[in-house]
Design a binder for this molecule. Structure first.
Ligand SMILES: Nc1ncnc2c1ncn2[C@@H]1O[C@H](COP(=O)(O)OP(=O)(O)OP(=O)(O)O)[C@@H](O)[C@H]1O
Ligand SMILES: [Mg+2]
Length: 323
């Protein structure tokens, strides 16, 4: 039905005797036109070069993430007939760029980036706080994913704090992630699911620290070196408190890539401070950036190699130094 047909139907069914009736009709038509045309416009033509540039320019110290995200997203977005939705699982300690990368991906797919109404963000402790309400959450989540994808196949779902999510809720997502997923005539093959969690973060940090202690270059660390991916998986499985453990997503191999975010070193935090200076319209001062970065906590206690909170609270620290 196009906007014109809808207008006629609305005029017939509504009793337009008052000006408020007319306004209602116009509001309905405006909303229909907005949803129909604006939604379509929101999807950007995918440009792998742009994604590459965004990752290169604004993601620091994450060569594995850069490589895997660029390849996985590009191959998915340029595949006219994918056989399953794209499912990425980001792992790492605090402030290392998991949300930041999810934003970069969204920015390369939708005009409004993460603000697009095709991007659905769930933060487990915020959206699903009460265990006793899990049946209600399950029904709502299922209905929302189904409704979103049926009206817009290239929808994106981001689950933050995935490790804190109740397993029953994770299992609700499972059918949507599967190969050739087709539920009541709706295909989910063009949708994107991104899971963010701290699960496996400590294991990633240990591997990175071992590497540093062995005097090896950080950039030599890859997914298959030191069996990083296997270690992350084992770690998630062994974590009794993790929602992942009890869910069937892992056993069914529905996650395309488990992506390790490495802990950030001083030089990366300094780069974050320089970026924040730019955002705050300050003059980019390397010495000041160095001072701010060094003021943040680092671990392990003796060597102080990695930033405890990554680039989190860099802005808050920086404003204390601003005149
Ligand atoms: N690797 C990075 N490169 C560039 N900026 C980064 C990086 N990591 C973090 N940042 C900056 O720090 C902010 C906080 O990072 P982000 O929210 O992505 O952390 P996170 O990994 O999701 O952490 P948490 O597990 O605590 O949620 C980002 O908005 C970004 O500005
Ligand atoms: Mg986060």
């Amino acid at each position: 039905m196009n906007a014109c047909h809808l207008l006629i139907v609305l005029l017939l069914v509504s009793n337009i005797t008052s000006s408020s009736g007319v306004l209602d009709v116009f509001a309905a038509v405006a909303s229909y036109v907005f949803n129909t045309f604006f939604d379509r416009d929101d999807l950007l033509p995918f440009d792998p070069k742009r994604l590459e540039k965004d990752l290169r320019d604004s993601l620091f110290g994450q060569h594995i993430v850069y490589d895997v995200v660029l390849k996985a997203v590009t191959s998915f977005m340029t595949d006219s007939n994918p056989n399953k939705p794209l499912v990425l699982s980001f792992h790492g300690t605090a402030g290392v760029g998991k949300n930041h990368v999810a934003k970069i991906i969204a920015k390369n797919i939708y005009e409004n980036g993460i603000e697009s109404h095709h991007v659905h963000m769930y933060i487990s402790e915020y959206h699903f706080p009460h265990k006793v309400m899990s049946d209600l959450y399950k029904a709502q989540l299922k209905a929302e994913i189904y409704k979103s994808v049926s009206s817009f196949p290239r929808s994106m779902f981001i689950f933050d704090e995935m490790d804190k999510m109740q397993p029953q809720l994770i299992d609700v997502i499972k059918p949507f992630l599967d190969y050739e997923a087709n539920i009541d005539g709706v295909s989910f093959r063009n949708a994107i699911f991104i899971f963010l969690s701290n699960a496996g973060g400590n294991v990633i940090a240990e591997v990175a620290l071992d590497f540093w202690r062995e005097g090896k270059d950080r950039e030599e660390l890859w997914m298959n070196s030191k069996e990083l991916e296997t270690k992350i998986l084992q770690n998630i499985f062994n974590d009794k408190n993790s929602g992942f453990l009890h869910s069937s997503i892992i056993d069914h191999h529905l996650v395309d890539h488990y992506i390790p975010f490495l802990p950030l070193e001083l030089k990366h935090v300094r780069q974050c401070v320089m970026t924040e200076m730019h955002h705050l319209n300050m003059i980019q001062d390397y010495d000041l950036a160095d001072e701010v970065a060094r003021d943040l906590p680092f671990f392990p206690a003796e060597e102080k190699i990695f930033a405890v909170k990554g680039c989190k609270s860099v802005r808050q620290k920086l404003v204390l130094y601003a005149d």
